[in-house]
Design a protein around this ligand. Structure first.
Ligand code: BTN
Length: 326
């Protein structure tokens, strides 16, 4: 009821009467007052005026279930939300939820991670600094070898969500780093639990540097935040809702075709590597090639110096710009 009540008060631009809320939720005035009081304890400022009712004056900047749900426009993505002020890693928690039968579309969010995980066994610096740390749990009916494509679906959804919410120009560094002005604002880590030919669940973890105001020296050349780049504070709950909306819209055609044809063109338009010479780093050697864009399976198509076109699978390689990160 707390989530629904908050949504009601937020949607009404004027005072909303206590009586109306009582009949809407079928509860007493005291019950309504108790929920209002809980919301105030969570940082909402709600004005109560006799004979007029309640009015929302201010919301806290949190990524709680109540706050995200107010902006959510999805059928299943984020319809179940687990929020933690502090956690080891939202991916770890989402995996535990996956093991215990949580439903497709469950979202885990946190203000701070003590053991944030990055790709290739690295960590992900996750202080309480107005960032987004979130993980989406999925139960897709696809073969395990198709699952890596979901990371590209999420990369596309995050880019679309950021661009919708902030208006800033966003790019994707293949396969799934999100860049603004050439610096990384988001990383994505996908993990899964499978049988040989069956997926139990997939978790897609997303870290967005949203309102962080400074970075440790070793990161500041490559990383930035949306707030630093736009000069504006990002409304994180709205951004999460926008990302989930774009993810859900892109997920349906992905499941239907079992490939990325639904987003391939849009993804390629955002691809920072496209039309550039890149360095392909294999475990045993490296070479230069010209990046053409992704194919319908998410492989990066590159033209080699021999003139031959090769499709590169993200799992095996890193791609860098000839002179640096991009
Ligand atoms: C990368 O190395 O680029 C991927 C970073 C992924 C970080 C996110 S933050 C939310 C989720 N929980 C984690 O522990 N990691 C992912």
């Amino acid at each position: 009821m707390k989530t629904k009540l908050l949504k009601k008060i937020r949607e009404s631009n004027d005072y909303i009467s206590g009586q109306l809320l009582c009949s809407e939720f079928g509860v007493s005035r005291t019950a309504i007052w108790k929920v209002i009081h809980q919301l105030e304890e969570e940082g909402y400022r709600i004005e109560a005026v006799r004979n007029k009712g309640y009015r929302l004056l201010e919301s806290p900047d949190v990524i709680s279930r109540e706050e995200i749900s107010c902006f959510l426009d999805t059928a299943w993505a984020g319809r179940e939300i687990h929020y933690f002020p502090e956690i080891d890693s939202t991916n770890i928690r989402a995996r535990q939820l996956g093991e215990s039968g949580a439903c497709h579309g469950t979202l885990v969010t946190a203000e701070c991670q003590k053991g944030g995980k990055g790709r290739r066994g690295r960590g992900w610096v996750s202080p309480t600094a107005g960032n987004i740390y979130m993980t989406l749990l999925l139960r897709p009916d696809i073969r395990p070898d198709k699952a890596p494509m979901l990371t590209l679906v999420m990369a596309y959804a995050v880019a679309a969500g950021i661009s919708e919410e902030t208006g800033v120009a966003v790019q994707i560094k293949w396969p799934n780093d999100i860049l603004v002005n050439g610096k990384k604002v988001c990383g994505i880590l996908t993990e899964m639990s499978t049988e040989i030919d069956y997926i139990n669940y997939v978790v897609i973890g997303v870290g967005v540097n949203s309102n962080m105001s400074s970075f440790p020296d070793e990161l500041s050349e490559k990383a930035t935040s949306l707030c630093l780049e736009t000069g504006k504070v990002v409304h994180r709950a709205q951004l999460i809702a926008a990302v989930l909306k774009h993810f859900e819209a892109a997920y349906e055609p992905f499941i239907e075709h079992k490939d990325l044809r639904g987003i391939q063109e849009e993804y390629n338009q955002l691809l920072v590597n496209r039309g550039r010479n890149v360095k392909i780093l294999l475990p045993e050697r490296e070479y230069q090639a010209y990046a053409l864009g992704i194919d319908h399976t998410g492989k990066l198509l590159v033209k080699k110096e021999t003139g031959e076109t090769e499709a590169i699978f993200a799992g095996e390689v890193s791609v860098r710009g000839v002179d640096g990160y991009i």
